[in-house]
Design a protein around this ligand. Structure first.
Ligand SMILES: [Zn+2]
Ligand SMILES: [Zn+2]
Length: 492
């Protein structure tokens, strides 16, 4: 026991069990308490003045000799324990002023500290860092073997330090979250303008279709009027003829009837003339063809014919550009087929799909199988790049544009045609105006053709493993008539 409370030993070691090199304060304390109560009895029974008969008094108190020796040692030890206690609790209590028992600490001054344990209101609580809770040292000590137990004050200091260290990352996270919120709000606003753009275009395009259909309807109605007119022109002369014949016949009948009324000489005199009139052989009239409205001509395949004609005004594009992927300087046309580079950067959100380093816009659909082709009209544009990129191709920062990084392209740059990598310059017999890009994914083939005579510009073979997206990339074309490049639409 001696030396167990050595002021230089760690206070924590006091609470650690012997096996682990500590001092097993709990059992020590139990011994002290036991011995203390006996010591109290011994002191109480012994008159303060009478120290001559300590043996008798000791007997009365039921203490052994060895215990008395221990009491003296403990008394000495208690003084140093008090000193340590004073250190732990940072009190200025004179170690000599207190009594021996560890459990009888001075109560805290009123208002300074609330009592923690109802059974031991005078005890200052300790704090178990392992369980992160306060504890009464008198009741609960055995429950905290091997735990890191400290005074409340140092727990507060340590925990505050821990909390303080979390403050900066929290502030950073808060800032990140606020930035993200702002970004989302901008995206939301932008999405609303997208809705407006789409709405306007839907209305315009359907209005065009409605107008077309209305014109078609008018045209069919006009055809009906024509048919009506034709029918009238067919039937009218025939009707006229019939009416004329009818009236002639009526006249003749009247003539004959009058002739029949005549007396002999009159009758004879007129007979030749009358006979001639009645003998006029009139060919019998009968209805001819085409007297009715030709309904079949007016209505037959009417809707199909309208739809067939409509194909002339609608277009199909094998690749539709996705404006959400377009770099901010790239202006995508309203029909989502063409792109040009503008002078003014557009205010577009930096969404994950968007290219922010290369002036690229992707097709909205990627391919991971089958055969696909599309024509790109480049005209006399002088600075463009077309081809395919993988879905995972880097969109936000510079990356070498080579097939290993997921890009396969044909480019015109400073008058040079380049395929796939910077050093691969091509010698073309003419400047193609329109280029066909053809991908056979399954066979791993990529072709570029000049559509004018379908001559092959370049072909490449590779085993494609990822989804690939068509892309257009256009820079400013200074002196060219063609300001942008576009996907050609096809007719059905
Ligand atoms: Zn207690
Ligand atoms: Zn504990």
């Amino acid at each position: 026991m001696h030396g167990g409370f050595h002021p230089k030993s760690s206070t924590l070691r006091l609470y650690t069990i012997h096996k682990e090199g500590g001092r097993g304060l709990v059992s020590v304390r139990a011994t002290i308490q036991d011995e203390t109560s006996k010591y109290h009895k011994y002191i109480k029974d012994k008159a303060p003045t009478d120290d001559s008969d300590s043996g008798e008094q000791r007997m009365r108190a039921g203490l052994k000799d060895s215990t008395e020796a221990l009491i003296l040692a403990a008394q000495e030890q208690a003084l140093s324990t008090k000193a340590i206690e004073a250190q732990i609790y940072q009190t200025r209590q004179d170690p000599r002023s207190g009594e021996l028992s560890l459990s009888q600490k001075q109560p805290a001054p009123a208002g300074e500290r609330e009592s923690f344990c109802s059974k031991h209101p005078e005890q200052r609580p300790l704090f178990c860092l392992d369980e992160c809770r306060s504890m009464c040292p008198a009741c609960e000590f055995s429950l905290h073997y091997r735990h890191k137990v400290v005074t409340v004050d140092s727990a507060v200091t340590e925990l505050k330090e821990q909390l303080r260290s979390k403050l900066q990352p929290l502030t950073q996270r808060k800032e990140q979250a606020s930035n993200l919120l702002r970004q989302y709000e901008e995206i939301n606003l932008y999405a609303q303008t997208q809705v407006e753009v789409c709405e306007r275009q839907v209305k315009e395009q359907f209005e065009r279709l409605h107008r077309f259909l209305q014109q078609e309807e008018e045209s069919v109605l006009r055809a009906l009027r024509e048919e009506q007119s034709r029918q009238a022109h067919t039937i009218e002369p025939q009707l006229q003829k019939i009416r004329e014949e009818l009236s002639t016949l009526e006249e003749n009948i009247q003539t004959v009837e009058e002739q029949l009324q005549r007396q002999s000489m009159d009758f004879i005199r007129e007979y030749r003339h009358t006979h001639k009139q009645t003998l006029l052989p009139q060919p019998g009239l009968k209805p001819g063809p085409g007297l009715l409205i030709n309904q079949a001509k007016v209505l037959g395949n009417m809707a199909f014919k309208a739809w067939d004609k409509m194909r002339a005004v609608v277009h199909y594009s094998p690749v539709i550009l996705d404006p959400n992927t377009a770099a901010s300087f790239l202006y995508v046309s309203e029909d989502l087929r063409g792109v040009r580079m503008g002078d003014i950067e557009q205010q577009v959100p930096d969404n994950p799909e968007r290219f922010t380093y290369y002036p690229i816009v992707l097709g909205s659909e990627g391919f991971s199988s089958g055969s696909h082709q599309w024509d790109v009209e480049v005209g006399d544009h002088s600075d463009w790049c077309i081809g395919l990129v993988t879905e995972s191709f880097e969109r936000k920062r510079r990356i070498e544009a080579v097939p290993e990084n997921g890009i396969w392209y044909l480019e015109l740059d400073c008058g040079k045609y380049i395929a796939l990598t910077v050093n691969n310059e091509l010698n073309l017999k003419r400047n193609p105006q329109k280029i066909r890009v053809k991908l056979d994914y399954d066979k791993g083939k990529l072709y570029f053709y000049d559509t004018e005579d379908m001559s092959l510009i370049y072909s490449h073979t590779e085993r494609f493993t990822e989804k690939m997206f068509p892309f257009l990339d256009a820079y400013v074309s200074q002196d060219a008539k063609t300001k942008g490049i576009k996907i050609c639409s096809t007719k059905y």
